[in-house]
Design a protein around this ligand. Sequence first.
Ligand code: ZN
Length: 254
Amino acid sequence: MKIVRIDAEADDITYGTVEPDGIRLYHGSPFFHWERSETVLPITEVKLLSPVIPTKIIAVGRNYADHAAELGNEVPDTPAIFLKPPTTVIGPMAQIRIPQGIGEVHHEAELAIVMGRVTKSISPDDVDGHILGYTAANDVTARDLQRSDVQWTRAKGFDSFCPLGPAIDTEFDPSEGSDITCSVNGEMRQQGTTADLVFGVPDLVSFISSVMTLLPGDVILTGTPAGVGPIVDGDRVEVEIEGIGVLMNPVVSL
Ligand code: ZN
């Protein structure tokens, strides 16, 4: 099943699923309780939003060996985690907004885990039942600030620096090794496979849940493969994960 969140007329309808002839609307939320409606809208009539509003986003640094190497870093012994605020989240087609005077800003194509249940201190074997599904993410990063600041909060935390979408795929299996790519204005920049994650999904979720309670809808960004590079005003950035879809966002400078 592919779950989307939409900008709909009715207040109680914000979620839908992708069907062959359009988007099936649901009452409620897949994270708590939802009910299928009889309405199916043509996809051209639906505005997609980010498929989830997380209470927090936990990101993992240096989780592909080739990307760690390109920035001159070692692969860590334990997952290197950091937080992005929920206000970084934007949906498909929404603008990545680059504030003035922050230097180079980079794209980072990432597989995102969307949690489905309250999760605390679980073993890697139990992780599967706690995940709702997977989506695509762009961990937009102000690279100059990441290098100059002690913490990464500013570099990773600007509004609009976490595009998510287009859908949450509940059947996606990251262990199968799906292609993950990023292209800018149609030119391929990053090309990797989810099979190359240093710490896989079960280990990441188990590790993070030993630190903090994960809530339904919380998002984990699993790291980016090699090929990160600058994005500038007027660019169109596409993150694609095989089986999940394409997440496109235009870039504007403020
Ligand atoms: Zn990242």
